[in-house]
Design a protein around this ligand. Structure first.
Ligand code: ADP
Length: 261
């Protein structure tokens, strides 16, 4: 428990620092991207120059992706939960996921009809799913299959799972499986650490899974990963059932921090 507390404090400090930097960086980057965009539209530019502008834009866009991840990572406190139909949210992402994963990856859905609604920040949950989709894509350079599934779980007595206390009740499960390269134990052990990445510079930020974990814990759930080298990876997210409640309505505008009691 003490370990987890120290980890949480460290995360908070890192979060505050990176949030400040990311915010300033974002402003500067929008100046860079804006001007590059203007330059790109100059039709008299010769092809060679245009390529240079495109290169610069690509780099700046990558930097913008990084800063937006840093911002999301440091903004963990201000989630805006709402009652969310998971199956609907996932189905609405089908096209986008398909495009993210490209033509060599088959995206399949297996959504159960008894999945409870959850009380989460839906926009942030979409980001989480996209992060997981992007990780799956990176793990399947030669193609493969991504399976997005939902199911329902019932917890009878209070229990601790993956270091997180779960209250009795119904839970929704989202599981995302890929048939990619998988992870050896020494990687799996570190995946939630902020900035841990095995990807080349400019490609990985190492913030994806720490963001996923932060979001899920703040939403009162747990996340766990099963992975086998050469076989693939499955990420399971458990989220508590969340009905709209009278006493919650006033809290919907972001004043509530973290999961509800
Ligand atoms: P990033 O994707 O920027 O590296 P993440 O925190 O999302 O940051 O992931 C950390 C590391 O975990 C990745 O660099 C990769 O080694 C590993 N990883 C994450 N998801 C998968 C996956 N689906 N299959 C294989 N390895 C994965």
């Amino acid at each position: 428990a003490e370990n987890r507390l120290r980890q949480a404090q460290r995360l908070e400090a890192v979060g505050q620092l990176t949030g400040g930097i990311a915010h300033d960086f974002n402003n500067m980057l929008s100046v860079v991207i804006g001007n590059l965009d203007l330059l790109k539209r100059r039709t008299e530019l010769e092809a060679k120059l245009l390529r240079l502008v495109d290169n610069a834009l690509e780099g700046a866009d990558r930097a913008a992706t990084l800063t937006s991840r840093l911002l999301a990572f440091s903004r963990q406190q201000s989630l805006k939960p709402q009652v969310t139909d998971l199956n609907l949210l996932l189905r609405n992402m089908e096209d986008f996921l398909g495009r993210t994963l490209g033509e060599t990856v088959r995206v399949e859905f297996d959504l159960a009809d008894n999945v409870p609604s959850v009380f989460v920040d839906a926009a942030e949950l979409e980001n989480v799913i996209l992060n997981l989709g992007a990780n799956a894509r990176d793990a399947m350079p030669k193609g493969g299959r991504l399976l997005v599934a939902t199911s329902c779980d019932e917890i009878e007595v209070e229990e601790e799972r993956h270091g997180q206390l779960l209250y009795p009740g119904r839970y929704a499960i989202i599981s995302i499986s890929d048939t990619g390269e998988g992870m050896p134990p020494e990687v799996l052990e570190k995946v939630y650490e902020p900035f841990f990445t095995t990807k080349p510079v400019g490609k990985g930020t190492g913030l994806g899974l720490s963001q996923v974990q932060g979001f899920v814990i703040q939403s009162g759930g747990t996340v766990d990963i099963e992975s086998a080298v050469g076989e693939g990876t499955t990420i399971r997210i458990l989220l508590p059932e969340g009905e709209q409640r009278e006493d919650v309505v006033g809290m919907l505008d972001g004043k509530v921090d973290g999961p509800l009691p």
